[in-house]
Design a protein around this ligand. Structure first.
Ligand code: 13P
Length: 253
């Protein structure tokens, strides 16, 4: 991990939970924060959109854990049934939003140009964009992982990106929800590539946080977070269990 960058641990709850589980999970996280004191990382939880308002009430006046959205529309407002704008997320108390998650790319046919438009909208609304990229298993097997990631990064990065308003999440599709992770060298290779591209594209590219996502659990978080240029994690399944998520947060060096 780059020494000077404060890690970011983000929990992506995906389409899970109810009002009751949202309350319980956040109450447990509040208790952990109280017991352990401030974490060595920035922490964000991203509930499903219908539960963000409740989460905001639960986390009111709690510092040390912020809220994020899982997606936003590229438009400011209008006739987009079922969608959520970046301004709505801000209004609810979110400080960031995930864009371009592979599940959005696969389930909703989002390409990198769409992802960039969403990220542009997020930045314009004052949110931090967590831009997701990552190769499929077939692409890795074909030796194309670096090419795919570089291309996605190039086309998904918002125009106004800088180290304060943008983070990149490398999430190999084949590692998501499977219990499989790349090895240290494989994670290191992609993160180094992302770091180099950020350096080429942005004046402060060395300060962009690059998160790893895909089967991050309490028992692998420490080594993953110690790989050079891994500046945090985007956590799916393990973020639904407060003890596991907190343990991952505590694994930051
Ligand atoms: P898992 O941690 O469940 O593999 O999910 C990763 C992910 O997709 C986070 O956005």
């Amino acid at each position: 991990m780059t020494e000077s960058l404060r890690p970011l641990i983000a929990g992506n709850w995906k389409m899970n939970g109810s009002r009751a589980t949202t309350r319980d999970l956040l109450a447990e996280l509040r208790a952990s924060l109280r017991e352990s004191g401030p974490a060595r990382c920035d922490i964000v939880v991203c509930p499903p959109a219908p539960h963000i308002a409740l989460a905001a009430v639960e986390m009111e006046a709690v510092s040390g854990i912020e809220l994020g959205g899982q997606d936003c529309h590229a438009a400011v407002s209008g006739a987009h049934t079922g969608d959520v704008s970046a301004a709505m997320l801000v209004d609810l108390g979110c400080t960031c939003v995930i864009v371009g998650h592979s599940e959005r790319r696969a389930d909703h046919g989002e390409d990198s140009e769409t992802v960039r438009a969403k990220a542009d909208a997020a930045l314009a609304a004052g949110l931090t964009a967590i831009v997701c990229i990552g190769e499929t298993h077939e692409e890795r097997d074909a030796g194309r992982a670096k090419d795919v990631v570089a291309r996605q990064l190039e086309s998904s990065l918002p125009g106004a990106a800088n180290a304060r308003n943008t983070a990149i999440a490398y999430e190999p599709v084949w590692a998501i929800g499977t219990g499989r992770t790349p090895d240290e060298a494989e994670i290191g290779e992609i993160h180094a590539l992302v770091r180099a591209r950020m350096g080429d594209r942005l004046e402060d590219g060395g300060g962009v946080r690059i998160l790893y996502g895909g089967s991050v659990k309490p028992d692998n978080a420490a080594w993953i977070l110690s790989v050079p240029d891994v500046n945090g994690a985007l956590v799916g399944g393990a973020s639904l269990d407060a003890a596991s998520f907190w343990s991952i947060c505590q694994s930051c060096p």
